[in-house]
Design a protein around this ligand. Sequence first.
Ligand code: NAD
Length: 362
Amino acid sequence: MGSADDAGREAFAFDHQPPSTRVSFGAGTLAALPRLAADLGLRRLLVLSTPGRADLAATAAALLGERCAGRFTEARMHVPVAVADRARGVARDLAADGCVAVGGGSTTGLAKALALDPGLPYLAVPTSYAGSEMTPVWGLTDAGRKTTGRDPAVLPRTVLYDPDLTLTLPARTSVTSAMNAVAHAVEALYAPDTSPFVALLAEEGVRRLAGALPGIVREPGDRRARADALYGAWLCGSCLGVTTMSLHHRLCHVLGGALDLPHAETHTVVLPHVLAFNEEAARDRLAPLGRALDTGYPPTALQELSRSLGAPRSLADLGMTEADIDPTAELLLAQQPFANPRPVTRGDARALLRAAYTGADV
Ligand code: NAD
């Protein structure tokens, strides 16, 4: 991809299809939930959440009043098939005509399962920075195996971004969730289907998130910083939704599936290592990242930022053992071919995993 100035000298072409999702952003936006649901013609909504966010699900249900058919508060990480089946049964018994997903990526993931089957439309109210609400990617886990796919049908009709709902996200979780979002922007920059538009989203998304994090860690109730971070998360999620992810997302997917490592924390630890691996091959395309972080070498800047804010340093910290390195490398290689700025050999995969396992400086 070249800059517009390069257009005469090198190929400047792209294909970009943004989702048709309505986005309503602002402090206090949750109050608009009944109106936004009414705009979609939905009358019997099932409110979804994790057990930890059941209080927020109750608030959403109260706001919806007669438009709320009931609540299902058993959403879990990686959408176990059994949980999705139970939610489908509840939706059927209540004759729900749609859902409201209030919470992080786990809750959005459950809404996506119900959007696939039985095809219920939904509104998303994200309370973390994971960005799932902007992507057509769904996932389901059965007997420890996660299946994923892409289908525009799983995109929400409407997203309500209310930064006030993120005030309760603990500082440490905010940092790792934000790094999860930054990873979307990083891989979108060097994706085979990137575009100049995506590069703008990625740069501004990372700038907002990285700029907001120190303030959030100092004062988790800082509403200005929370709004910046959630806005950045939307931009980064939008990058994820329209591009093909590469080595970093493949590796984190394998680590989450095979070793059950926590999602956002794994992204946080792995990202600087993958970035260091790809940096030379993708230097030009990563220029917006350097500008966003005000650095000449983004891998170190990202690692130092997350560590200075108390994020985990190594995959060992997250529960991986040294014996896991080689089998995990094999699982990654079994996913090939996948997009990446440079090829990944067995030696590369092992070295990368070892560096992330020990928490080496990049
Ligand atoms: P999560 O949804 O599991 O949330 C983590 C924990 O934080 C939960 O216990 C939740 O109840 C709590 N929480 C969320 N928001 C909170 C808030 N504002 N205040 C207090 N507590 C809060 O985790 P996540 O990191 O948001 O999402 C991870 C999941 O999303 C993974 O399963 C991942 O695979 C998926 N994901 C999917 C996509 C996609 O495009 N399909 C993209 C990103 C993530």
